[in-house]
Ligand binder design. Structure first.
Ligand code: NI
Length: 225
């Protein structure tokens, strides 16, 4: 997702956050309309070096694009895996890797919708309101095939849902009505100059340059997923 009013701050990091594979290569982000984004991804079955390289490349690309989440299909790879580095409602950052994600959402009275703006790195420069449950839990596997469970609220809840959608071939435009989709398209077209073919290769990150044990400088208002 992407934000319109960047706000710099230093946030604490959740102790559940995982060690990220380093040294990845930044790839061009694949856009909506490309086949790999609109069909369910193949499950991850091998937890090997190839997967580590893929995940390292996904993190590198997500940071270069100033995103808070990225799925493999967004760098053109047909595998059900996503990565994220995203704040929850309290501002605490959560970092993780989920293979073969399955999302659980609140039902009945516990189900409350949050209609905050949402954006996608594969449809860059555009944000519209998208109603989603304000809490989510995702189950799947980590980088070594171990079972993982992540849950949260705020932007993190939105991110976990948005990225799981990507692994199933759904983009958030599929969840919008015609009017909202039209608004989104206009914004994307107006911003097209800022996102040339190949972006974010060579773009560098304005936002994530100062990551360290104490926290990460991020802007949280509008982020691309
Ligand atoms: Ni997206």
């Amino acid at each position: 997702m992407a934000g319109t009013e960047p706000e710099e701050r230093t946030a604490p990091v959740s102790p559940a956050s995982v060690e990220l594979p380093q040294g990845g290569t930044v790839h061009a982000v694949v856009r909506w309309g490309t086949d790999v984004m609109h069909r369910p991804a193949r499950p991850v079955t091998a937890y090997d070096e190839e997967l580590r390289t893929l995940v390292a490349d996904m993190f590198a690309t997500m940071y270069a694009a100033d995103g808070v989440g990225l799925a493999a299909c967004q760098i053109g790879v047909d595998r059900a895996v996503f990565v994220y580095d995203c704040p929850d409602e309290s501002g605490t950052l959560h970092r993780g890797i989920v293979c073969n994600p399955v999302v659980e959402l609140p039902e009945g009275r516990a189900r409350r919708l949050d209609d905050s703006d949402e954006g996608c790195l594969s449809y860059p420069g555009a944000f519209v309101e998208c109603a989603r449950p304000d809490w989510a839990r995702v189950r799947g596997q980590g980088l070594d095939g171990e079972d993982v469970v992540y849950e949260g609220d705020g932007l993190l809840a939105r991110c976990l849902q948005h990225e799981t959608d990507h692994t199933q071939g759904t983009v958030f435009g599929d969840r919008l009505n015609d009017r909202a989709r039209k608004k989104l398209r206009k914004q994307m077209e107006a911003a097209a100059e800022d996102y040339p073919r190949g972006w974010p290769v060579g773009a560098g990150s304005a936002r994530r340059s100062a990551s360290g044990p104490g926290g990460t400088a991020i802007d949280v208002d509008h982020v691309d997923l």
